[in-house]
Design a protein around this ligand. Sequence first.
Ligand code: IDP
Ligand code: MG
Length: 150
Amino acid sequence: MERTFLMIKPDGVQRRLIGKILQRIEQSGFKIVAMKFLKVSQEMAEKHYEMHKGKPFYEGLIKYITSGPVLAMIVEGENAIERIRRLVGSTDPQKAEPGTIRGDFAQHIGRNIIHASDGKETAEKEINLWFKKEEIVEYGMQDDRWIYES
Ligand code: IDP
Ligand code: MG
């Protein structure tokens, strides 16, 4: 089982897409193990997007992500990192396939409604940045044996 970090960005919240996005995550059998609704501080935004510092879109990105509340979560499942990235779709919604979250709900790269960790290292880093150990809930799902073969 793998864990990944996912965040519904301020535009996803403002456009009342939380329910629809969560449905897509839940329906294939992923399990949410941590969740928080918060307004992102400047400091947190800068840490989260540290790798983009200096890029032309950086300032706008920080403004965007701190502009309203976000829903941050940790999702668990088989190959969760790669599968959630595929569910989310390409960074640029213009290039995102129909059926993906960005492909179905967004138009512009600067308003792409959702974030997901892009690899093992990033997932671990982002999970640790956004959540304390005690905020992660360990539990089983009653339908686990119907979702996974063993
Ligand atoms: P990702 O979110 O798909 O991992 P990254 O390349 O890591 O994409 O970029 C982080 C975020 O920065 C994007 O999701 C998007 O919000 C924003 N971003 C990336 N490139 C551009 C751009 O060219 N213009 C405006 N915003 C951008
Ligand atoms: Mg990224």
